[in-house]
Design a binder for this molecule. Structure first.
Ligand code: PLP
Length: 400
């Protein structure tokens, strides 16, 4: 009998974490490897946030807290939604979980029955389908294309909705494509969803503060208030405040859903780390001064990477609106032969051959449900990005 449960056997390990691990392993063997697979900011958590955590420890805020978040943090989250998104929520409508990932997973465990469908536009963040599977649901993919900016087209979304559809996932700016929806694009998606009142919406706004060229951020409950009663608006401190290790994510939505998510937490994780919660209060209530300079920094990196990749033979790299990823096509290299003599039949082959030949770790597009592409995380220094892109150019030139 297999040790692995039937539910877990439907799930694959995270491809981004696997690619990052492979890069670390090769480095451990002495290889010169540039890792562009992991998705976290390269700067440190701001000092005011660290100080708030130290103070929480000194003040003895080291015990169990309310299961889904301390009142101070829920208040700070309500204020954030009001201030930045024009959305009014009460603290009872807020869930705080140990990271953005568990927010989504808890929502799925709380609501999915076997056979329930969850619509996920491609390319998607690697964890969405597997969290749905683990919770007993069925992911249903809607393909997007580079030509339409990797954004779900209203007619395609409408065609995918069935009586079994429980949730539609939205993610803007997107991991992995960096694509962000304009207000008009969200309006068109909302018009479809208004026609299907049994469908709930989970919007993952994790990269809200990483937008370039003055692109204006919108979230769906703000664009269409009539969807407020069936939307879970998810966000977190991991990316905007460089707090990936602190493990705080949050969401706001209808109280009935928040109560169910708390029930899941009450029997599994209990509260997120008390100290991290007080750090998150400072992140949301304290100075936001570093957000704009960070946007500028990331925009410069994006421009560097897009420009250098578009000079690589066989690569076509669209310019994303946000996040810290690019999602270039490697279609021009498929069917050709790598320096090793191996044929490049897929984006997975491309990523493997690139790693072998030049020591650059990227994640292949199949992991995000849309091929033949690959994802680069550019949350690293310009000098490293320049070296990595030079190596990619050299690799592409050597493919015959
Ligand atoms: N949503 C998206 C789109 C992400 O890229 C990530 C992290 O990579 C998360 C959610 C999860 O964030 P956290 O680290 O807070 O769990």
């Amino acid at each position: 009998m297999s040790l692995q449960s039937a539910a877990l056997s439907r799930v694959k390990p995270s491809a981004t974490l696997a690619a990052d691990q492979k890069a670390r392993d090769l480095r451990g063997q002495g290889r010169d490897v540039i890792g562009l697979a992991a998705g976290e900011p390269d700067f440190d958590t701001p000092d005011n946030i660290k100080e708030a955590a130290v103070k929480a420890i000194r003040d003895g805020k080291t015990k169990y807290t309310n299961v889904d978040g301390v009142p101070e943090l829920k208040e700070a989250i309500c204020a954030k939604f009001q201030r930045e998104n024009g959305l009014s929520y009460k603290p009872a409508q807020v869930n705080v979980s140990p990271g953005g990932k568990p927010v989504i997973y808890n929502a799925m465990v709380a609501t999915l029955n076997p056979g329930d469908e969850v619509i996920i536009p491609t390319p998607y963040w690697v964890s969405y389908p597997d969290m749905v599977l683990l919770a007993g649901g069925e992911p249903r993919f809607v393909q997007t294309t580079a030509e339409t900016g990797f954004k779900v087209q209203p007619a395609d979304l409408e065609a995918a909705i069935t009586p079994k559809t429980r949730w539609v996932f939205l993610n803007s700016p997107s991991n992995p494509s960096g694509a962000a929806y304009t207000k008009a694009e969200l309006r068109a998606v909302a018009d479809v969803l208004l026609r299907h009142p049994h469908v709930w919406i989970l919007t993952d706004d994790m990269y809200e503060h990483l937008l370039f060229d003055d692109f204006e951020f919108w979230t769906i409950a703000q664009v269409e208030p009539a969807l407020y009663d069936r939307t879970l608006t998810m966000n977190g401190v991991s990316k905007a405040y460089a707090m990936t290790g602190w493990r705080i994510g949050y969401a706001a939505g209808p109280e009935a859903l928040i109560n169910l998510m708390r029930k899941v937490m009450s029997q599994t994780t209990s509260n997120p780390c008390s100290i991290s919660q007080y750090a998150a209060v400072e992140a949301l209530n304290g100075t936001q001064d570093f957000i704009k300079p960070n946007q500028k920094l990331f925009q410069g990196r994006r421009d560097l990477v897009v420009s250098m990749l578009n000079q690589a033979a066989g690569i076509n790299c669209p310019t994303p609106e946000g996040a810290f990823y690019v999602y270039p096509s490697c279609a021009g290299l498929i069917g050709k032969t790598a320096p090793s003599g191996n044929r490049i039949a897929s984006d997975a082959d491309f990523a493997n051959e690139l790693l072998e030949a030049e020591g650059v770790a990227v994640v292949h597009g199949a992991a995000f449900g849309l091929s033949p592409f690959f994802r680069i995380s550019y949350a690293t220094a310009n000098s490293v990005l320049e070296e990595a892109c030079t190596r990619i150019q050299r690799f592409c030139a050597s493919v015959k």
